[in-house]
Design a protein around this ligand. Sequence first.
Ligand code: MG
Length: 338
Amino acid sequence: MKISWKQYDLQLKHTFRISRGARNVVPVIILTLEHDGIIGYGEASPAKRYGESLETIDAFFRKTNLSQFDSPLQLEDILTNVDSIEAGNTSAKCAVDLALHDWIGKKLGVPLYQLWGLNPKKTAQCSFTIAIDTKEIVEQKVREAAEYPILKVKVGLDNDEEMITTIRRVTDKVLYVDANEGWKDKHLALERIKWLKDQNVEFVEQPMPAEQFDDLKWLRDKSDLPIIADESVLRLSEVPKLAEAFDGINIKLMKCTGVREAMRMINTARALNMKVMMGCMIESAVGISAGAHLSPLLDYADLDGNVLISNDPFDGVRNIKGALTLNDMPGLGVTLRQ
Ligand code: MG
């Protein structure tokens, strides 16, 4: 079993601004796993918020020795080993998880959704993200997103009201709101949520910083809208505690080490009566397709990371008017574009 990896710079169609900063280009690493004449693809899209960079991913892959295993079919043993190499490094671990799953699907000749017994016609309806910007650009972006039935709006700076009123002037479609930990005061957060409820918003994602757990608990008890954890949740072990402060969790493959752990998180959240959302980083069709294969199990999907880029190196799941449309190719169903 051989791995190799290469950097791709994903170009964003628009500058992407959230409460933590802005970006135009997002470098990701594509991992290639080769065994028995079959190639599996994985992807790591590192987030500084979780301590990763291109350098940490490169260093992690150098420590990853898959040649000690006979076959990618020993998935459990391999991923347990990879997880134990070093703490953190969740997007690097995700790349290995995705490449193994892609390889296994190809080896067995089935798409992943079929391997998991899921109905590809039941993929969750995907939202389209509107990042923080000026009134003029937000209005333009909402018009450009006319084909998408659900919008996810980034807030958390001091123009929240302007963002929402600008959008509401243009459309009455379903809105999700994501503050990305932008509100630091619980009373302010509650006030904003009350106002958002009147703007016909469906839920609020990560209103306050993850470290302010007690404030988040206070807020959830008083909030009229469901509160979904994003920055507060990385991996499986954190989910039970979060049920005290959140109504649901936003799972991201790059935070949770891949589809194997994501599946366990979905099951755990369901056992705790929590809503399940899946989000993404800015990713190519490799990462997005992996999420899409799992999406029949979700309440909410925010898997638009590759719709926001102009140079996706891969073809895979298609986002057709917000409907995640999977093909019937084996594994992740992705092909490298020429
Ligand atoms: Mg979020």
